[in-house]
Design a protein around this ligand. Structure first.
Ligand code: CMP
Length: 170
């Protein structure tokens, strides 16, 4: 059955944007990994990279280069090295901004119910998840956490049902 009447005859043009999402050590310890992945999957974004790792202090000081001199940074470093993290790269149209909205503001106490932080956290120092804040930031962070050969370019069978083929013509 063809839901939209006629088949797509040309190769669809798809916007490819990527973002880095990390489940922080508290999210791993609290067994929230599955629920967090589920939210990005059900939104329709495509997972192109995923691994569990123990973050090193060097990697973190690069990742957090904007806050490395802040007085609270030693707490961030201790938190982020206290256990394994899950790092992921998600692909999709506008995925950076959409993910930030799904994650919610830094401080879970200010996050709306329905966001990841609003549902799973209430303290700024245990905010469960990281999401890149810009497309440039995402590129930089993906380069820090992943090797090129750890990211897979694959065709998902639901692509025609999550993104309109000719979105560039609108
Ligand atoms: N007072 C604070 N202000 C901002 N960030 C903080 C503070 N204390 C801890 N953090 C952490 O620093 C992190 C910076 O990146 P995130 O936005 O992912 O999440 C932030 C918090 O986990």
């Amino acid at each position: 059955m063809l839901l939209f009447g006629s088949p797509v005859s040309t190769l669809p043009v798809r916007a490819t944007e990527h973002t880095l999402i990390a489940v922080k050590p508290d999210g791993v310890q609290r067994r929230l990994v599955g629920q967090i992945i589920h939210r990005f999957e059900q939104r329709g974004f495509k997972l192109v990279g995923l691994k569990m790792m123990q973050a090193s202090e060097d990697l973190l000081s690069e990742h957090y280069r904007e806050i490395v001199k802040k007085p609270f940074y030693p707490l961030v470093r201790a938190y982020m090295t206290a256990g394994p993290v899950i790092v992921m790269v998600w692909e999709g149209s506008n995925v950076v901004q959409s993910s930030r909205k799904m994650v919610g503001p830094t401080n879970g106490a200010e996050a709306q119910a329905g966001t990841i932080r609003g549902d799973f956290s209430f303290h700024v120092g245990r905010n469960v998840v990281h999401a890149s804040d810009s497309t440039e930031g995402a590129q930089r962070e993906i380069g820090l956490w992943f090797q090129e050969n750890e990211l897979l370019n694959w065709e998902s069978c639901d692509q025609d049902w999550t993104i309109e083929a000719n979105e560039d013509k609108q």
